[in-house]
Design a protein around this ligand. Sequence first.
Ligand SMILES: [Zn+2]
Ligand SMILES: [Zn+2]
Length: 137
Amino acid sequence: MPITLPGSCFCRALTYELTLDSVDQARATLCHCTNCKKAFGTNYGLTAKVPVKSFKYTRGTPRDHRADNGVTREFCEICGSYILEYGDAAKNDFRYITVGSLDDPSQLPPKGEFFCKDRLSWMPQIPNTFQKSEIKE
Ligand SMILES: [Zn+2]
Ligand SMILES: [Zn+2]
């Protein structure tokens, strides 16, 4: 069933819509890599991989930052909320949106975990999800 999921940054200067054929078109995952720890400011990142055409900003223009590893992050220049990321290779195909920026993050529960080798020791495994030691793809 087609579904439209609205989202925004914390201050709502940026708003967006995610329009999917079904929620299965999005794949939400945790990532425990060191880059996600820094970018999210927490011990893991939580993003949903979605087709690039499913995502559009409905208000505002993000700032972006491209890191040496070829990953570009888009964020609100006013409040700093992190909205999405993409690597150079996936640029024309996919976006990884931050699940917490959705108005209702419960719509996209995680299907797996990446970079489990960097999981903090107190952080439990998420039940009934796939587990990958490293690469996020
Ligand atoms: Zn903002
Ligand atoms: Zn990561």
